[in-house]
Design a protein around this ligand. Structure first.
Ligand code: BGC
Length: 963
């Protein structure tokens, strides 16, 4: 069976199941309400993935059933080398047999060793502890990548590049994208064909006139000299017996285009800000064909390919924009009948030869090689593809000045536009993009710094109109300025296209204070705008780097908002690759250029992402592999940390970012450093334990104890107060449990005092803001936390939303009523920075109350926390909250409501999960479950030191109690 068809069938089945979930709230089987079905079988977090490069892929599935408190007792997995064998229930690759286990995620394949491009069909069935049995899941599959170097017979190819190395710092250099093609003939019917493609640059694959994939920016960003990603596409359905033609468009991308603030600060070869990894892009592609008769053939990149740079993509730069001259388009260029007689022959990439240029960064200038350097390693891309995930019709259009039109999408996104126009050939349409407009309506571009962010489309003059979308760039924008059309545009001239790594959004949030519904939408939008191949800091200006402080602060929030498991799997490889030889993780990953003072290319709380992100991914997804994979890198970092501070005291030896963007309350970096050291040590101890490294766990536990003891010596006064009087200092101490028990209450009271003295406003930056509300909630100040959350005063989340934010701003004062954009406009002022969106973690965990017990979210803590109705003199405290989050096990939802007389909560727990529910009441006898007393419902109440708790299994539960 054609794998495309199977994938379609799989998708269709899920679609139907999902539709049923959405229509009926629960999946109903055709046979019976009681049936147990398996949905979403996934391999390495992905649906029917192609090109897996681990010999032991991990499988997982969800259960759909209306049976309450359903627990899996056992499972059986079959993996077969063909669909037919699987249908006959033969697991020739692996038959797990009936395994007694409640695990339904992170199941490691333990079958026969797998070979390159092998196709693995699989299904699973389960048994419940209640005696129920599922049928076999709908068959699904994965394929293996090219696993060994020797499997690659394709050659790296490139083009003769007569352009001299660009040496001018002031002037942009934007070369055209190149098109490659190769026609070939197939004499017999194809059973299966996998195309493995990589590039130094960005590649769009084509076959017989059709795009091979809807993904953007393949193969993805890595340190190309060390490692290049490979994408695998199943192109069976695009091939035919007879003449065929492969094509590829290759643009500079991160490899040789403009990256980050290189141009702004004069980094890169000749300080131009471009060409960080090499001068001329290159292509590697291998088509592995299996014919119906079982024979095989390959069509590989080699000297027989042709190339041109005379096509329509005159400029194609990720940061600066795209310039497309439709008059130069060569229709059908990737079909066999196209006449390519004026195309050139390709060269082997090695023929580029040596190109030495002086490279500059924070450490000075040195000569480096910019000719072709074969990546040491090829690696299958493990993340989700970047693609268009949403289209937006502009909300407004006006003529700003004669011939200058401004479109307003109504929201600040990252992505592109689709342009639909009609006009004479040669008409040049220019589009500039901005996040904001000035008070007089002009597009604001000052905050883009050196990013040109301009697209140009030159019409071919088609009387039926023409449509264009850039492929090799993206922008962060809400407004589009369009010039050059003879006729005034209409709202349908452009469509906004949201582009992001396709991490499915798995959450929703609503509450009685409706502006926070908008806040959650803004958080989600900002996350998606910045999860583009890597977690970037911002999508608009000349930066877009994988800034690590931002990522570590936001990683837990991101995993509430979306399924980010495979996204972080990919990026954590980039992180390890970027690790500096001595051990610290640099400020961002990938790491094309050093920044900051020489030798100080890391910083406290930024470098610690190398520990915090793997720990978080393990916690949320139960992923111990990510811990094992990066263990030696993490221990190297910890060893370096120890060597940097033999006395275990906090040090400031890197970039002193500190509590970045706080409001005039700097906390010493040495203080923060000690806190993060203690945090790292604890996380290392927990991770060591999780992967069975008992003795290392003990060592890290002891390290943690010692660092905390040292911290107490350094930062606690004898009376138990802190030596640093900032909000952030108090919050970090409490969040990380550094303060001896005897002093916790006093320090927490001091924090409250500081907040009160500050007019109930925060003064915190990136580091203090995330734990601020969680610490208040955990220390008996939940009402204050909710009050601060609901504030509309500057600085607050409410202030941003009330002032029209559709995304999360980089700074609390990115815009103020008094000064407009005036404070930071022409400098660092992004309106799409997710760090202050890290309050999302508190919204879900502390306010709605969706928390977890142990790693993996199979065992949950549900702790709804309504504020006291009279606790906020400024506005009505939230009286209801509804939050949903779909984990890898299924839907967790909490909808609580509190009136003066009654507390009620509706909880949904996914099958194969259980929860400990904390009920906010002191009157145990008032608890009712679906109208029944605890005993009638067959449950028991446990009395904890805080609230009474109930243990419940899967299903939906309505619980009420006297508040
Ligand atoms: C980025 C930040 C980042 C910071 C380091 C900025 O330019 O946009 O978000 O963390 O540099 O301090």
């Amino acid at each position: 069976m054609n794998p495309n068809l199977v994938q379609k069938q799989v998708r269709k089945t899920w679609f139907l199941l999902l539709t049923r979930v959405m229509c009926c709230g629960n999946v109903q089987s055709a046979e019976s309400k009681d049936s147990v079905n398996i949905i979403e079988p996934r391999c390495e977090y992905r649906t029917a993935p192609l090109g897996i490069d681990t010999q032991a892929p991990r499988l997982g599935w969800r259960i759909s059933t209306e049976r309450r408190s359903w627990q899996q007792r056992a499972y059986r997995i079959l993996v077969a080398s063909s669909a037919a064998l699987l249908q006959a229930e033969s697991g020739d690759l692996w038959d797990s047999g009936e395994i007694t286990s409640s695990a339904s995620q992170q199941i490691i394949y333990r079958g026969k060793s797998l070979s390159s491009t092998q196709q693995c069909w699989w299904q699973v069935r389960v048994w419940g502890t209640d005696g129920s049995t599922s049928t076999w899941s709908v068959p699904t599959m994965w394929t293996m990548a090219l696993l060994k170097d020797s499997d690659w017979t394709a050659l790296w190819i490139s083009a003769r590049d007569s352009n001299p190395v660009h040496t001018e710092q002031k002037k942009l250099f934007l070369p055209p994208a190149r098109q490659y093609r190769r026609a070939f003939t197939l004499n017999k019917p194809v059973a299966r064909a996998l195309w493995s493609v990589s590039a130094l640059g960005i590649v769009d694959g084509w076959l017989n006139g059709q795009a091979v994939s809807d993904a953007y920016f393949e193969p993805g960003w890595s340190d190309y000299r060390k490692r290049a990603y490979v994408r695998t596409h199943d192109v069976s359905a695009l091939l035919k017996v007879g003449d065929n033609c492969l094509g590829a468009v290759v643009a500079d991308g991160w490899y040789s285009g403009y990256v980050g603030y290189g141009k702004l600060v004069g980094y890169g070869p000749y300080k131009t800000g471009r060409m960080f990894y090499g001068k001329t892009p290159a292509l590697l592609a291998q088509l592995d064909i299996t014919y119906e008769d079982g024979s095989r053939e390959q069509i590989n990149t080699d000297a027989s390919w042709q190339v041109t740079d005379a096509g329509p993509w005159r400029e194609a730069d990720l940061l600066m924009g795209e310039n497309y001259d439709a008059r130069l388009a060569q229709p059908n260029w990737s079909t066999a009948s196209f006449n390519a007689s004026n195309w050139a022959s390709v060269i082997r990439a090695e023929e580029i030869g040596s190109i030495i240029a002086p490279y500059s960064d924070n450490t000075g200038t040195r000569n480096e090689e910019y000719g072709f350097q074969r990546p040491v390693r090829l690696q299958a891309y493990s993340g989700p593809p970047v693609r268009i995930t949403r289209e937006i019709a502009p909300k407004k259009l006006r003529e700003q000045s004669p011939g200058v039109y401004i479109f307003d999408l109504g929201e600040n996104i990252a992505g592109n536009i689709r342009l639909t126009v009609n006009g004479p050939a040669g008409t040049t349409v220019r589009m500039r993009f901005g996040e904001m407009v000035h008070p007089d309506g002009r597009l604001m571009t000052e905050n883009l710094r050196k990013a040109r962010v301009t697209d140009t489309y030159i019409l071919r003059g088609d009387a039926n109109g023409e449509t264009w979308t850039p492929r090799f760039t993206y922008h962060g924008f809400q407004y589009v300025e369009l010039t050059g059309l003879a006729q005034p545009p209409t709202l349908s001239t452009i469509t906004g296209l949201v582009i992001n790594s396709d991490t499915p959004v798995v959450a929703s949030f609503a509450s009685s204070d409706v502006i926070f519904n908008q806040l959650f939408a803004n958080i989600t939008r900002t996350q998606l705008a910045n999860f583009i191949d890597i977690p970037t800091d911002c999508p608009q200006r000349d930066e877009r780097l994988g800034w690590a402080g931002d990522a570590q602060i936001y990683v837990r929030s991101s995993a509430y908002v979306a399924d980010v498991a495979s996204f972080f799997t990919k990026w954590l490889d980039d992180v390890e690759e970027a690790q500096l030889p001595e051990g610290p993780y640099p400020d961002y990953a990938p790491y094309p250029m050093g920044h900051g003072k020489p030798g100080k290319t890391f910083g406290t709380a930024w470098m610690d992402y190398g520990i915090i992100c793997p720990w978080t991914i393990w916690q949320v997804y139960g992923d111990t592999r990510v811990v094992e994979r990066h263990w030696s890198s993490m221990t190297k970092f910890m060893d370096w940390r120890k060597a940097s501070s033999p006395t275990l005291t906090g040090v400031s030896i890197g970039n002193p970012w500190g509590d970045w963007l706080n409001l005039k309350e700097d906390t010493p970096v040495e203080y923060i450093d000690a806190v993060y050291y203690a945090k790292d040590a604890l996380m290392m101890a927990e991770m060591a334990q999780a992967i069975g490294k008992e003795s290392e766990a003990a060592v890290y536990r002891q390290l943690r104890t010692d660092v905390v003891a040292r911290w107490c010596l350094d930062w606690l006064n004898v009376d138990g107060t802190l030596k640093v009087q900032t909000q952030t200092a108090h919050v970090l101490a409490l969040e990380n449990h550094l303060v001896p028990d005897a002093h916790v209450a006093a320090i927490s009271a001091r924090l409250v005092q500081r907040i009160t003295d500050n007019g109930f406003r925060m003064a915190t930056g990136f580091l203090g803001t995330k734990p601020l509300l969680p610490v208040l909630s955990a220390n008996g100040q939940h009402d204050l936390a909710v009050r601060m959350f609901q504030s509309r005063n500057f600085p607050s989340w409410g202030y941003e939303v009330e002032n029209g934010a559709t995304s999360i701003w980089e700074r609390w004062d990115s815009y103020t009523k008094e000064d407009g954009f005036g404070r930071h406009n022409a400098a660092m002022n992004s309106f799409s920075h997710y760090a202050f969106g890290s309050v999302c973690e508190w919204m879900f965990r502390d306010l709605a109350g969706i928390d977890q017990l142990g790693a993996g979210m199979q065992h949950l803590i549900i702790r709804p926390q309504p504020p006291t109705p009279t606790s906020n003199p400024e506005r009505a405290p939230m009286s209801w909250v509804r939050a949903e989050h779909t984990s890898h096990y299924g839907l967790n939802s909490v909808a609580w409501e509190r009136t003066v007389e009654q507390f009620s909560v509706k909880i949904t727990i996914p099958p194969n999960c259980d929860a400990r529910v904390f009920i906010p009441t002191s009157d145990v006898t008032s608890i009712r479950i679906d109208g029944q007393t605890v005993r009638e419902a067959g449950l028991t109440v446990e009395l904890s030191s805080t609230n009474p708790t109930l243990r419940i299994g899967s299903g939906s539960w309505n619980i009420t109690a006297k508040p």
